[in-house]
Design a protein. Sequence first.
Length: 95
Amino acid sequence: MIYYLCPGQPDCISGGTRKLYDHVAILNTHGLDARILSNHEIGVLNWDYDRDIVVIPEVYGDGIRDFVPSGWRRIVFVQNSYITDYVDGQTIVWR
């Protein structure tokens, strides 16, 4: 299963969040199991560490470590690369 961690509520979807729903729909259309995962659901999953993947939007920033424990297979989905210029409050110098 591919889980897309989604900020906010399903009744209030912004443009960037809409893309998460679009990705899930495309993956499902092509035969892959994917679904939206809300913040409060992440602690109650029956997680299969060998197969499941969680996709986290870059808006979680440094909080990605708080939402997705180490050991989980995860992908950061970046729509706005300027948000990723900071880690732990420090500016990253890309070389």
